[in-house]
Design a protein around this ligand. Sequence first.
Ligand code: NDP
Ligand code: PYC
Length: 335
Amino acid sequence: MAETATIPLTLEDIEQLSRAVFASNGCDEPNTDALVRTVVTAERDGSASHGLFRVPGYIASLRSGKVNGRARPTIDNALAAVIKVHGDNGYAPLAIERGVPVLAEAAKKLGIAVMTITHSYHFAAMWPEVEALAAEDLIGLACVSSKPYVAPAGGSEALFGTNPISFAWPRPGKMPVVVDMATAAMAHGEIQLAAREGEAVPLGAGLDASGNDTTDPREILQGVLLPFGGYKGSAIALMVELLAGGAVGDHFGFESQAADNNDGGPSVGGEFIMAISPELVAGSGWAEHCEAFFQRYDAIEGARLPGLRRHDNRKSNEPRHINAELVERIRDLRR
Ligand code: NDP
Ligand code: PYC
């Protein structure tokens, strides 16, 4: 397979390019800043499916008027342990950045707190919200749904979003353990990237439009994705759908789809975030206790903790190699 052409961009280049595109397409400064941080950190950590790749979709939704580039998320914490963030129909990163410190404060006081984000559009990787909680020595768990792309186990009709779940475990003085994964066998963005690169995907990633197994990502994009791990992954996707839709009081995936204008950007939906204080729940000594567990984990040959790849990528200041067509497309979006 011929490799597709790439352009080397430093993180500073990525920041400048995405800033120019968001700011010239109707995003005000706070929203631009939050989106730029989202794009740059995704590229920094090696998440090609959720960095610059998402910019054309973000811009399509600003231009169609679906998403508010001047959103001012509001926070209602009247219930103390429940922080309700209204996203003002904007992109999720600003709502997250504004809400998480309030959530962290509540969890540190009460031991556990949840945050709901409604009226918002999530198109990003899920680790930033939970890593921000781990930086406060809190355990973070977050999930979000999207348009239906994924069939429940046994079926061939999409009902679930790719429904990611992220989790961060704080390790004082060290990087947290971070799990951040779609509950689909592959994220929709990863299938799109494979289709762009002309690469086959593993069997089990999805079905074609007739419900047959296929390794061709273009066929899967016409059909459905599958949950990871059969009925068990399907059950976790169900839990995410219920937490991000039912518990938050926002759209389920099928409702997001019905509300969407199909402009290529994200669909409206909710996000569920939970923060737990190990200090208050487990008591002092929790960190040493858990380090003993991580030591055993690390001693197992062939095993590595989730999050390590992204944290290692983060250390590099080298340019990132970005698909050349994508870079040109994004440059053309500047006004
Ligand atoms: P991956 O399959 O790449 O990774 C899933 C998790 O497994 C990561 O925590 C990863 O850590 C870990 N992992 C991978 N390989 C190993 C290994 N060999 N040993 C131990 N741990 C490992 O992620 P996905 O493709 O499922 O998701 C990609 C991104 O897409 C995520 O950031 C997700 O949030 C995002 N997404 C967003 C959606 C949205 O609606 N906003 C929807 C769906 C996905 P590491 O990173 O260190 O490799
Ligand atoms: O990659 O599955 C995905 C995805 C859906 C919404 C944002 N990313």
